[in-house]
Structures are given as structure tokens and as C-alpha cells.
Design a protein around this ligand. Structure first.
Ligand code: PGA
Length: 239
């Protein structure tokens, strides 16, 4: 059976509590008539990755839906276990929430927070130890370097997000023709792991990426529940 496609909403550091509540209530209203359909095998898995202060809110709402196909994600993790690391969120802090995925190594983390491939590798290990699936974000130049740092044993437990830096938040998404060879390259290094694309994905072109990859990582187009719902609806047409 083909792997279910992943649609990950990455809100980055946007939104207030009020905006999160409004988003959740609108999105759930829109999704409600489609929940049974989403339960069918092969339908996409939707992941919402809010900023940490809102994780509890999103967790509560997703639990109330009791759906295997809408899951909670986080945008980052501490590379260290629980301990004396002021400001960091360790996997132990997350116990009690039903977190399925953790985005790690996003180019914004690498660029603004100076994370390197070893930090990302440590985050991958922390996630895997806690049964959280790491979604490792890579640009083309990071593939081999990052895989070497992660090490053979853990590679097969990752999801890889191909995220060309120049496409993130710019509206300049890569064409599928550009994405395909990189997907091949990632497969050659990571093996047969799910590979998703991120970089200015909207509901207009999401279907093209879903034909070529195992899913999408959506930033800007996930902030508005109506826009994100349209994208999800299109993804639900894929088996
Ligand atoms: P974008 O962000 O959809 O706003 O380009 C994607 C990402 O950073 O993962």
C-alpha cells in the first residue's frame, strides 16, 4: 500500500491565543463533514505544528476529534535531554501530549539560530528516543552532510522535507521538474523514507507536489484556516 501523504502546517512563530482558537474552531467546522472520509485508508495525514505556547490548545482539540489522520507536531526540539538547559524544550517536557512529529533543521533554525548538522542530528536522536518522528528539513546542499551526521541507523526513521531556501516564504516555489531529481538524490542517501516538499506551497499547486512526493510542508498557506482547508480538500482526492 502506498504511504499516506503528509500535509504539515507550520505556523512558525505566528499567531496569538485568540487567533489560534479562531483558527481551530474554523478549521474543525470546515473539516467536520469530511472526517469520516479522512478516516478511510490511504487518506492524507494532516499535521498541525503550532508554536509551543499553543501546543496544549491544539492537542486538546485534536484529541476531541479522535482521528488518527489529524496529528500534532512541534516545530523544534532541544538537542539535549531534560536538564540544565535554560529556555530549551526537551522531549521529556512533551510527555503527556500526543506529539507525532517534530520538525528539525528548518533552514530558519539553521540561519537565524546557527544550528548545524550535529545539532540537528542530536534533535533527531532525541525525537526518535521518544517515539516522535523527526521531519528533517534539507536544502540540496545539506543532504549528504546531514545524513552523515545523523548516521545510518537513524536515517530510515526520518521523514525528509526538501525545502529549497529560496522558495521559503517567497512565492517562488520550485517546479515539480526541479523537485524530482532532488527527491531521487535524497532517496539515494536516506533510503526509502517519506520525502515531502516545502516552499511556497498553496492549494493552487499542491496536487502537483502530491503526485511527485509523499507530502508537503506548508508555511504561509497554513495560517488561514480557509486556505489551508482548501489545500487539505485537494489532498484528500489523492489515494
Ligand atoms: P512557506 O514555508 O510555505 O511559507 O514557503 C514553508 C516552510 O518554511 O516550511
Amino acid at each position: 500500500m502506498p504511504k499516506p501523504r503528509l500535509i504539515i502546517a507550520n505556523w512558525k512563530s505566528q499567531k496569538t491565543f485568540r487567533e489560534v482558537d479562531a483558527w481551530l474552531s474554523r478549521f474543525v467546522d470546515l473539516m467536520r463533514p469530511h472526517l469520516d472520509e479522512l478516516r478511510e485508508p490511504g487518506k492524507p495525514q494532516i499535521v498541525i505544528a503550532p508554536p509551543y505556547p499553543f501546543v496544549d490548545r491544539v492537542d486538546a482539540v485534536l484529541r476531541s476529534l479522535d482521528l488518527n489522520n489529524i496529528r500534532l507536531g512541534v516545530q523544534d526540539l532541544s538537542p539535549y535531554p531534560a536538564g540544565k538547559y535554560t529556555g530549551a524544550v526537551s522531549v521529556r517536557n512533551l510527555e503527556g501530549w500526543e506529539i507525532k512529529y517534530a520538525i528539525v533543521g528548518h533552514s530558519e533554525r539553521r540561519r537565524y539560530f546557527k544550528e548545524n548538522e550535529h545539532d540537528v542530528s542530536n534533535k533527531v536522536n532525541q525525537a526518535i528516543e521518544s517515539a516522535i518522528v523527526p521531519v528533517v528539513c534539507l536544502d540540496q546542499g545539506d543532504i549528504q552532510v546531514q545524513a552523515d551526521a545523523i548516521g545510518r541507523k537513524q536515517l530510515s526513521k526520518c521523514v525528509v522535507a526538501y525545502e529549497p531556501v529560496e522558495s521559503i516564504g517567497t512565492g517562488l516555489s520550485q517546479s515539480v521538474a526541479q523537485v524530482l531529481p532532488v527527491v531521487k538524490q535524497i532517496k539515494a542517501v536516506f533510503g526509502d523514507v517519506p520525502i515531502i516538499y516545502g516552499g511556497s506551497v498553496t492549494e493552487v499547486q499542491v496536487d502537483e507536489y502530491l503526485l511527485a512526493t509523499d507530502g508537503v510542508l506548508v508555511g504561509g498557506a497554513s495560517l488561514d484556516p480557509n486556505e489551508f482547508f482548501k489545500l487539505v480538500k485537494k489532498a484528500m482526492l489523492f489515494e
